[in-house]
Design a protein around this ligand. Sequence first.
Ligand code: CDP
Ligand code: CDP
Length: 216
Amino acid sequence: PAPGLVIAVDGPAAAGKGTLARRLAAALGLAYLDTGLLYRATGRRVLDAAADPRDPAAAELAARGLTPADLARGDLRGPEADLAASAVAAIPAVRAALLDWQRDFGRRRGAVLDGRDIGTVVFPDATVKLFVTASPAERARRRFLELQARGTAADPAQVAAELRARDEQDSRRAVAPLVPAADAMVLDTTELDPEAAFATAMAVVRQRMGEVVPPG
Ligand code: CDP
Ligand code: CDP
């Protein structure tokens, strides 16, 4: 791929963003960044400090002090981490603190980034923008199965309610809300397994790359 190729993969929780973004990166020889990890790790650091993830000063401090080790922590998934991530993500100073780092990562040698605001805010000029979604029931089913596979006891109704609440919070916030970019290709994976979603996305990527870099 041309250096600097950036693919934005945004969408609601458990839509299949990470699964798709990882496969695209591997197929295209691009780096991959799960930007949700930045917000999850920030939320964790605030909780470690016994502060409130909604507290702007505590959350900004946590975001500015993030280290690679924070991103590799084993406790970044689960209901508590989900809510802390979504809370710090609504704070403008936190998003500002994480913006340059994401941009530098993507620009270095091209990348696939997944999150909520990659195509709208982080890389508004991304070569390809995908907005990956699925029905709320299907997304809740996927997250429930993931939790079960990790041996985490979960109540299906509670998982669905938690997803709904977090998507609402992410969609309604004033700064960088979850919304498809005007030029994003919406990919509904409700009826698609990971393989079919990947094939559909690759066709879109190839078409866009053909438009940007004409063959020959
Ligand atoms: O994996 P899942 O879709 O459940 O969540 P995630 O992508 O790890 O993101 C966790 C939280 O971080 C989201 O609920 C958002 O509040 C926030 N986030 C964000 O605001 N912007 C991003 N680019 C990525 C995540
Ligand atoms: O990153 P995001 O939270 O959007 O979702 P994910 O972690 O990529 O996918 C959540 C779960 O759904 C994983 O266990 C995937 O294997 C599964 N999945 C699926 O069943 N069908 C798809 N088309 C995509 C993902």
